[in-house]
Design a protein around this ligand. Sequence first.
Ligand SMILES: NC(=O)c1ccc[n+]([C@@H]2O[C@H](COP(=O)([O-])OP(=O)(O)OC[C@H]3O[C@@H](n4cnc5c(N)ncnc54)[C@H](OP(=O)(O)O)[C@@H]3O)[C@@H](O)[C@H]2O)c1
Length: 270
Amino acid sequence: MRTTIQGVKVPSLGFGTFRLAGQTCRDAVLHAMHIGYRHIDTAQMYDNEEFVGEALASSGVPRDEYFLTTKIANGSHAAPSVISSTEQSLRKLGTDYVDLLLIHWPIQTVPLGETLGAMLDLQDQGKVRHIGLSNATSAIVHEAQRHARVFADQIEYHPLLGQDLLCSMAREQDFMITAYSPLAMGKVADYAVMNDIAHDLGVGPTAVALAWLLEQDKVVAIPKATSPDHIAENFAAIDVRLSPEQIAAINGLPKDRRLVNPSFAPDWDR
Ligand SMILES: NC(=O)c1ccc[n+]([C@@H]2O[C@H](COP(=O)([O-])OP(=O)(O)OC[C@H]3O[C@@H](n4cnc5c(N)ncnc54)[C@H](OP(=O)(O)O)[C@@H]3O)[C@@H](O)[C@H]2O)c1
């Protein structure tokens, strides 16, 4: 299952790696690749790029068959640091390029144009295929678009948090919404609506959450899981189809449960 963004086909279901490290990270990423995930999300701040890289190498999957994202750390927004930290990421990941390089958080200690300018240089050198943002509000996406073609905004998005404004912008302007914490860190399973639909479809509530996201145009999702069972259960979401009534029931859940909100977060869209 793929989502077309600016003419590029991106695997709609990715694999998140936040809080995975060492052998646990290698095992989880390798298992994910074995069962068919072809989109992997990491970040300089996760401190796991070398483990992700080792798992990708041992998977034997050719480099051009998977989509790999990393993100620039908050302390590396100045142009020289963008270049040096990304080159270090490539060495750790064992690859010549990442498919997508994001600014992890829009902390504006350095002008956005400077950071994006260095990312464009990396793109010109073939070290980065596409550039984008994470945790960017609609205003920040607009600002970034004055400097570069934004391929993606990776934001918290799940059945318990609405993102109507950014999603409609993404559809109109053809950029990708990558839904992070798409399972609300497991909290989707606390809601009877999710469990009832899951029961009717014979899948788990996490697969229902992912199916709800993936049926939306321009939206991809990157659930994280550690156990082989969870990794497989989530992958099964690509075959789950929700009825209009089931989608409406999930739409009716509370949409204000934001889970990731550090002190340096931007002034979120309402
Ligand atoms: N850009 C950003 O600022 C940002 C912020 C947060 C996250 N992210 C990205 O998004 C990815 C996913 O977000 P997340 O890790 O915060 O949360 P998530 O994917 O919503 O949830 C992960 C949690 O759900 C559990 N889980 C996974 N599959 C399950 C299943 N089938 N049944 C029951 N429980 C299940 C996991 O447990 P186990 O691990 O024990 O299996 C883990 O505790 C991250 O790994 C990262 O790549 C990006």
